[in-house]
Write a protein that binds this ligand. Structure first.
Ligand SMILES: Nc1ncnc2c1ncn2[C@@H]1O[C@H](COP(=O)(O)OP(=O)(O)OP(=O)(O)O)[C@@H](O)[C@H]1O
Ligand SMILES: [Zn+2]
Length: 714
């Protein structure tokens, strides 16, 4: 059933009776369409109606111009009784959700009244009149109701007409908008027109289609535009963030690895130019510097060696405790020879992916050979060249070291590439690595002696402001066993302490403070200790000091304190007057006695029921010394000089014999300590009381107290 949309009033109205008469009297219908068409603002002739030459009936003549919305339905009901009923089509359209009789009805949601009318018997009798009315009626703007979904084509049609209308609209659209709207939409419009033709859409509906198409198209365009803009913005932001991320990774010392990863697992190695490091920067290891001097000569002038036919070692192994300057020495070799320095840490080679280590070694050697003469430095060599473990659990663990061995064999000795490896554990290295032709030159880099320490301290003191009263020698004597890195740290800590105290320069006080901090741990001033515990600690630490003071072969006392530092409540630090390369039996026994001093003091002063747990670390220390004397140093009469490396695999008899010997050594030590403290009970008491007053006493002050003199008030 067709009806006008409630928002649209027909242009002409006519009483119903006129219309009925008109249907029953075959008069000309020319003026009907003419008047109706005048009101349509468009001269479109319905495609399916060829312009007829016959006169047409005007609705006005028929007096139908007053027709209201509902009246048309009644009219059709009247004229075509049963037409609508059988179709159970209500006076208003419903969105049909069931498939209709015809494709047209299925697609547009309403029956094609005009074709129905045309097929009705009435049409045959009044075909001309009805034809013109139908075609006139078609001019009325009728909204096409759809089935709740829009077919793309219908949307396209609507859009097309809207865009034209917008373009031709009364309001002054900017030319670019017009141009945009009228731009050649190519197939869109063609499709749209073709669709309307094929679908036989009435002329009057074409506007609606085109309007809808244009609206939808513009909306879709606007939406697409918006989406594209936001997509573009998102991509730009992500790209900028990625750039920042990459820049940060390359710049961040912790994240920027020595290996610049190029593609996949392959990675290139950047040479680290070390022009500013020379042997001048390495102090206290003269022997090592001497041995490496010839390597520098070779790198400076390889020909000199090849002419003579001499062969330089391919690999040099620097062996020494941590922080003694191995890396610094390798850098100094490259700096002295002014050649590229390739740094790689053994632990960086292997990662979770199998084969990365081997490929990195290949890259490293490839780059180095291309830039010969140069130095390749592999730090922590033991972590890549450790003993190869044959285990089904780690079938690939040997890939990296095998690659390293292959690369080292892969170039001639005088090719100008020197590989320097550094390790703290030479015994952990695979033997294949240290055989001749590989790392066959070994340079020991020991902890500096008192002279080396003095040099290192002077080197780092010159980098800060220090008081002339500072004597590096004294500090050096008080820092036996310190490595270069620890000495550097000591000077640095002293400078920080002076800065915190607002001083202009570093004095001996700050240097001593930072030495104690390194030796005994940081002071824990915040710890509140009650007097009873303080007294116990004072007598315990004095016990150690008295034994050290009155035992001939014991190390000299450096300092005694009852200030909690690190994990301990008190501490007595001893330092040899110079470096001990070897220790005698008497010295080892003296160390054990000093360790017993704390517990013995508690037992003598407070009684056996009041001894404390504070002596546990002392006993650990004493037991370790006794065990090494029995199992390593052959210092037991009963067991002789045999060494016992793995006591767990020994026979029970041997094990118990070892334990017996250790027990005897400890017992004798305890008795010796008890004897000394009983003998010097007075000095013991004086020293304990002085510690309760001054908290910390250095060697000089301890001596004054034990000699019975009064200490100056601080
Ligand atoms: N003999 C020395 N002379 C001057 N400075 C030293 C010396 N030894 C160590 N240092 C200082 O300590 C820092 C660390 O030293 P380096 O890294 O060379 O020690 P290392 O033996 O390689 O340690 P590790 O075995 O832990 O790698 C150096 O940068 C340097 O400042
Ligand atoms: Zn103790």
């Amino acid at each position: 059933m067709f009806s006008l949309s409630s928002t649209v009033q027909p242009q002409v109205t006519v009483p119903l009776s006129h219309l009925i008469n008109a249907f029953h009297s075959p008069k000309s219908t020319s003026s009907v369409s003419a008047s109706v068409s005048q009101n349509q603002h468009r001269d479109v002739v319905p495609e399916h109606e060829a312009p007829s030459s016959e006169p047409v009936l005007s609705l006005r003549d028929l007096g139908l111009s007053e027709l209201k919305i509902g009246q048309i339905d009644q009219l059709v009901d009247y004229l075509l009784p049963g037409f609508c009923k059988g179709k159970n089509i209500s006076s208003h359209w419903r969105t049909s959700h069931v498939s209709a009789q015809s494709f047209f009805e299925n697609k547009y949601g309403y029956i094609d009244v005009f074709s129905t009318l045309r097929s009705s018997c009435l049409y045959r009798r009044h075909s001309r009149t009805l034809k013109s009315i139908c075609s006139d009626l078609q001019y009325w703007p009728v909204f096409i109701q759809t089935r709740g979904f829009k077919t793309l084509k219908s949307r396209t049609r609507r859009l097309q007409s809207t865009s034209e209308r917008l373009a031709e609209s009364q309001y002054i659209a900017p030319s670019f908008v017009k141009g945009f709207l009228l731009r050649d939409r190519g197939s869109d419009v063609e499709t749209l027109d073709k669709l309307m033709k094929t679908k036989n859409i009435p002329e009057a509906h074409q506007d609606a289609f085109k309007t809808g198409f244009a609206e939808g198209f513009l909306k879709a365009q606007a939406l697409t535009q918006k989406t594209n803009d936001s997509l573009r913005r998102t991509r730009l932001i992500l790209f900028v963030l990625l750039l920042f991320g990459i820049y940060g990774l390359l710049k961040n010392p912790f994240l920027s690895v020595r290996f610049r990863t190029t593609t996949g697992l392959d990675s290139a190695v950047d040479p680290v130019q070390m022009k500013n490091v020379t042997f001048e920067h390495v102090k206290g290891v003269e022997e090592a510097k001497q041995e490496l001097q010839e390597v520098v000569e070779f790198l400076k002038n390889p020909q000199k060696f090849t002419v003579l036919g001499g062969k330089l070692p391919k690999g040099i192994l620097l062996v020494g405790p941590p922080g003694t300057g191995k890396t610094l020495l390798a850098r100094a070799v490259a700096g002295e020879a002014d050649v590229p320095f390739y740094y790689a840490s053994g632990s960086e080679f292997d990662e979770m992916f199998v084969g990365v280590g081997a490929s990195r070694i290949r890259n490293l050697f490839r780059e180095a050979k291309a830039n010969a003469p140069c130095v390749i430095f592999i730090d922590e060599l033991d972590s890549v060249g450790g003993k190869r473990i044959e285990s089904p659990m780690h079938p690939y663990s040997r890939q990296t070291i095998n690659q390293l061995l292959a690369e080292m064999d892969g170039f001639k000795p005088n090719e100008g590439v020197i590989i320097i490896g550094a390790t703290n554990f030479p015994e952990a290295l695979d033997n294949a690595l240290i055989r001749p032709g590989r790392f066959d030159m070994q340079v020991t880099v020991p902890r500096p002696d008192v002279k080396g320490r003095t040099e290192i301290l002077k080197w780092y003191l010159n980098k800060i402001k220090f008081d002339q009263s500072v004597d590096p020698e004294i500090i050096a004597r008080g820092t036996v066993g310190f490595s270069g890195a620890e000495l550097e740290n000591l000077v640095n800590q002293a400078a920080l302490k002076a800065a915190v105290d607002g001083k202009e320069m570093v004095t001996m006080k700050e240097l001593e403070f930072s030495k104690d901090k390194i030796l005994m741990g940081p002071e824990r001033r915040s710890v509140e200790i009650d007097n009873k515990n303080k007294t116990i600690t004072a007598y315990h630490e004095s016990g150690h000091a008295i034994i050290a003071y009155y035992t001939k072969d014991a190390m000299p006392i450096n300092k005694a304190t009852i200030m909690p530092r690190g994990p301990t409540l008190g501490h007595v630090s001893l330092l040899p007057e110079n470096d001990r390369w070897n220790e005698t039996r008497a010295q080892l026994l003296a160390q054990m006695d000093v360790s017993m001093g704390g517990r013995v003091a508690e037992e003598l002063i407070f009684g056996t029921d009041h001894i404390t747990t504070g002596a546990s670390s002392d006993f650990d220390n004493a037991t370790k010394i006794a065990k090494r004397m029995v199992t390593k140093f052959g210092m037991s009469e009963k067991l002789g000089v045999m060494t016992y490396s793995d006591t767990g695999k020994l026979s029970p008899e041997t094990q118990s014999a070892i334990e017996q010997e250790i027990r005897i050594l400890l017992r004798d030590s305890y008795e010796r300590a008890k004897h000394i403290l009983k003998t010097h009970a007075k000095e013991h008491k004086n020293l304990a009381e002085a510690l309760l007053i001054y908290e910390t006493l250095d060697a000089k002050e301890i001596q004054i107290v034990l000699e019975g003199k009064k200490l100056d008030l601080r």
